[in-house]
Design a protein around this ligand. Structure first.
Ligand code: HEM
Length: 154
C-alpha cells in the first residue's frame, strides 16, 4: 500500500527522536555536564535543553499515534484485528506520555522557577526527579522498540 511507507517512516523517525533524545540526555550530556560545569551553569544548561528538546517530544507524541493508527487501518483494517504487540505498543505509549506529562506539568515549571530565582538546591532536587522519570521512560522506550522490532506472536 503506497501510504504505508511514509507513515511507517514518520513513525520510526518520531520514535528515534524521542527515545534517542532521552538516551543522549541521560548517557552522554548528563555525565559530560556534571564533569565540565558547576551547578548554576549546569542547571541553566538543562533548562535550555528541556525547552528545546520537549518541543520535539511533543511532535513525537502527536506523530506516533497518528501514523500508528494510520498503519493499523491500512495493514490490519482496525484495532480489533491488530496484533497483540501493536496493542502492547499503544499501552506503553500511554505510559510514556503519562510520565512525560507529569514532567512537563509538575516538575518542569518548579524547576524553571527555581533556576530563575537562582535557588540551586531546589533546582537540583527537581532535576533529580526529572532525571528519574526520564530514565524510566528511556527504559520503557527501549523495551517498546524491542517489542516492535521482534513482533512477537503474543
Ligand atoms: C498510539 C501509539 C502507537 C501506535 C498506534 C503504534 C502502531 C504501530 C504499528 C501499526 C506499527 C507497524 C507494525 C507492523 O507493521 O507490524 C508500528 C511499528 C513501530 N512502532 Fe509503533 N505505535 C505506537 C507507538 C509507538 C511508540 C511510542 C514507539 C517508540 C517510542 C513505537 C515504535 C515503533 C517502531 C520502532 C516500529 C517499527 C517496528 C518494526 O516494524 O520493525 N511505536 N507501530
Amino acid at each position: 500500500m503506497a501510504a504505508f511507507a511514509p507513515l511507517y517512516t514518520l513513525h520510526v523517525w518520531a520514535a528515534f527522536i524521542w527515545v534517542g533524545g532521552m538516551f543522549f540526555a541521560w548517557l552522554v550530556l548528563r555525565p559530560a555536564a556534571v564533569t565540565a560545569l558547576d551547578a548554576p551553569a549546569r542547571l541553566k544548561l538543562w533548562r535550555e535543553v528541556f525547552r528545546r528538546f520537549f518541543i520535539w517530544v511533543w511532535v513525537s507524541v502527536l506523530i506516533l499515534p497518528i501514523s500508528g493508527i494510520g498503519m493499523i487501518q491500512i495493514s490490519f483494517s482496525g484495532f480489533e484485528t491488530a496484533p497483540r504487540y501493536v496493542q502492547v505498543m499503544m499501552g506503553l505509549y500511554v505510559v510514556m506520555v503519562a510520565l512525560f506529562l507529569r514532567i512537563t506539568a509538575l516538575q518542569l515549571p518548579t524547576f524553571n522557577t527555581a533556576v530563575q530565582v537562582e535557588d540551586w538546591a531546589s533546582a537540583g532536587t527537581q532535576l533529580a526527579q526529572i532525571r528519574r522519570l526520564v530514565g524510566i521512560n528511556l527504559i520503557i522506550g527501549f523495551l517498546l522498540v524491542a517489542v516492535a522490532a521482534a513482533r512477537p506472536p503474543l
